[in-house]
Design a protein around this ligand. Structure first.
Ligand code: GCO
Ligand code: MG
Length: 402
């Protein structure tokens, strides 16, 4: 069995996605996601112009060798574009392997370790009352873990506040929109958000919060301390993590669990964070961290240090990545939680999938491979639309992390 063809499909059913479809000479095919939010066409070109020509004739079962060939063979290593392209190939090959052997991918990476994949949903709102209503809605749907994000009083727009009941999509067409940010107002507000949520819902539900890379280590430590009494499940991305050692300061001053890693693209981005036990959850995803082959190495390293997995699962990782994440989540021993930001009905129609939600958990299904497809005819009706994430500025106009 050999790879005979591969093509890149760019479509925008509600948002942009880049998908790789790999075919073999016996007619088996597999899918991989290569979406990098706001930089989609760079990965499409990387794949079309530089990777697909090298894939023809490859052994689809040799996932480790193909991964090393694309990573070391390019000479230029790492970075989101390179690693998303390698991920798309890798995940598509795992999909093919599963289909060729007639088993779901999780059977190839350890089999089932649990009955289902516990997920968290996104409760958000313009003010505290709206967030409380949103949490109640998720609890009614059976969720046992909910992320809290709310508009910060005195700030016009805030990261993480959704546009509808169940959907949150931060990217928008055209030039990036600009938001304004005050860390002081935010720090004053977040403990009140948790206080209100615990008063309303008690301590049974897990509550999470994402600081989206906006704090300094000292600010993060301060916030972590203030939140401890509300026992958050985690504080996510409090500080940009390029400087991994900066988390020593955060860790020394708070026992609030820390989650990091949605922007990591290699094990080297978290090696120190994991081995020094500076974080509790690693949020790396298959699409942005080199596919299943590489993410399994991250999970196995993390297992040694009591760090658990928590794959990124926003709308900009396609149902192909969600399917891959669930195969991974059900199998790895040190699974922690899975983010589940629902895709729009348009996205789900273009990517029919076997995974399904039931009572606070996602289930990967038992179809061979990943259990996800792409309706290419339908995808054609949704052409690419240039879109960007917002840019963030402090109140005095200084560019800040978004
Ligand atoms: C999350 C995230 C996302 C990102 C988005 C950027 O925790 O799910 O922070 O919402 O902002 O994936 O492309
Ligand atoms: Mg996040």
């Amino acid at each position: 069995m050999r790879v005979s063809d591969a093509r890149v499909i760019v479509c925008s059913p509600g948002r942009n996605f880049v998908t790789l479809r790999v075919e073999t000479d016996d007619g088996t095919w597999g899918l991989g996601d290569a979406t990098v939010n706001g930089r989609e066409l760079a990965v499409a070109s990387y794949l079309r112009d530089h990777v697909v020509p090298l894939l023809i004739g490859a052994d689809p079962f040799a996932t480790e060798d193909t991964w090393q060939y694309l990573y070391k063979g390019a000479y230029w290593r790492r970075g989101p574009v390179t690693m998303a392209a390698i991920a798309a190939v890798d995940v598509a090959l795992w999909d093919i392997k599963g289909k060729a052997l007639g088993v779901p991918v999780h059977q190839l990476i350890g089999g089932r370790s649990r009955e289902g994949v516990t997920v968290y949903g996104h409760a958000s709102g313009g003010d505290l009352d709206e967030v409380v209503q949103a949490v109640a809605r998720y609890l009614d749907m059976g969720y046992r873990a909910v992320r809290l994000q709310a508009g910060v009083p005195g700030l016009a727009g805030t990261y993480g506040v959704g546009r509808g009941d169940l959907y949150y999509e931060p990217a928008s067409p055209g030039r990036p929109t600009e938001e304004r940010w005050s860390t002081e107002r935010y720090l004053d507000f977040v403990p009140r958000l948790f206080d209100r949520a615990r008063q309303e819902f008690g301590f049974e539900v897990h509550l999470l919060h994402d600081a989206h890379h906006r704090l300094s280590p000292t600010e993060a430590a301060w916030l972590g301390q203030r939140l401890e009494r509300y026992r958050p499940f985690w504080l996510e991305d409090p500080v940009p993590a390029e400087l991994q050692s900066s988390y020593r300061h955060v860790r020394r001053h708070t026992t609030t669990p820390i989650a990091l890693g949605e922007v990591f693209n290699s094990i080297h981005d978290c090696e120190q964070l994991i081995s020094e036990q500076l974080i509790d959850y690693v949020r790396a995803s298959t699409v942005h961290t080199g596919g299943l082959t590489h993410l399994l190495k991250v999970a196995h390293l993390a297992e040694l240090y009591h760090v658990r997995t928590a794959c990124h699962g926003p709308t900009d990782v396609s149902p192909v990545t969600m399917a891959a994440a669930l195969q991974f989540d059900i199998a790895v021993h040190n699974f922690g939680i899975q983010e589940y930001m629902r895709h729009t009905p348009e996205t789900d129609a273009v990517f029919p999938h076997a995974y399904h939600y039931d009572d606070g958990m996602l289930h990967p299904g038992d179809e061979p491979g990943l259990g996800v497809d792409i309706d290419e005819q339908l995808a054609e009706q949704y052409p690419y639309e240039r879109s960007y994430l917002p840019v963030n500025r402090l109140l005095d106009g200084t560019v800040h992390s978004w």
